[in-house]
Design a protein around this ligand. Structure first.
Ligand code: BTN
Length: 267
């Protein structure tokens, strides 16, 4: 029988071993969006360390309100954290997750994806992972109440290829038939462990350093897309607040924050 490499609760429990962070993992066959479901559980009081994985999502969500295609073959996972952090630090959970996924992929799959600001992972010029972190804040808005960190990794390419809209961008770690039993469970466990280690406690300096070291945009020309306007710019830095510091052709410099901005890397 050909290996399917299905994600299972038991396989992930085994891969987590002693599970020092007491992660509680549930695997569903299909859901709309693991982020949507876990946010609901967070509002109902679910504890930090609750993890929801789906083998398929029918309403997967990406940044800027976009759809995230989630066919069988990927790893679609959301982790609930209740970190004791000021609201201003919430973006570090996204950047540390990008570093965690990149390191976990290197460890489990033996390849080194780079990070495209702010939260996409690229391998050989193609997007292999997207991250969507969503947060709820305390009553006065000054502290983080919960964060749901959603991670979608294209582990195996779909047999029929990616849908038209993302065909030029999306890539996968493996072809559809290059499957190995337990690989996705090991990858899920490695990602979760690394996120927990990096966030307990959060070392902002280390996260920024590791994030920049894995960035594929540092020192590169990109197109900055804001609404309908597009401008080419050179990336000078990613500052401590995770702004992308760029210089345009006319010499003007700007520190971009994630909001409505998208950057396209020049090939
Ligand atoms: C992006 O590329 O813009 C972010 C994509 C995030 C996708 C993951 S898959 C698991 C979780 N559930 C969702 O609906 N989205 C995230």
């Amino acid at each position: 029988m050909k290996p399917m490499d299905m994600v299972t609760e038991q396989g992930i429990r085994q891969a987590l071993g002693e599970n020092p962070f007491a992660l509680q993992v549930t695997v569903a066959e299909e859901t709309d969006s693991t982020n949507t479901q876990l946010k609901r559980l967070a509002r109902e009081g679910a504890p930090s360390g609750t993890v929801l994985i789906a083998r398929r999502q029918v309403g997967g969500r990406g940044r800027l309100g976009r759809r995230f295609e989630s066919p069988e073959g990927g790893l679609y996972m959301s982790l609930l954290l209740r970190p004791d952090l000021p609201a201003n630090d919430v973006l570090y959970l996204t950047t540390l997750t990008a570093v965690a996924v990149s390191e976990a992929v290197a460890e489990v799959c033996g390849v080194n994806p780079g990070i495209k600001w702010v939260n996409d992972l690229y391998l050989n010029g193609r997007k292999i992972c997207g991250i969507l972190a969503e947060a709820g804040f305390s009553g006065d808005g000054s502290r983080v109440d919960y964060t749901v960190i959603g991670i979608g990794v294209n582990v195996y390419a779909p047999e029929e290829g990616y849908p038209e809209e993302i065909r030029d961008i999306a890539g996968a770690l493996y072809t559809h038939d290059d499957r190995e039993e337990g690989r996705r469970d090991s990858l899920a466990a490695a990602i979760l462990e690394k996120i927990m280690e990096k966030s307990h406690p959060l070392d902002k300096t280390a996260v920024s350093r590791d994030y920049k070291a894995r960035s594929v945009v540092m020192g590169k020309w990109v197109t900055v897309c804001r609404g309908d306007t597009q401008r080419d710019a050179l990336v000078l830095d990613i500052d401590d607040e995770n702004h992308l510091v760029v210089r345009y052709g006319d010499g003007a410099e700007e520190a971009l924050s994630t909001g409505e901005i998208r950057v396209k890397l020049h090939q």
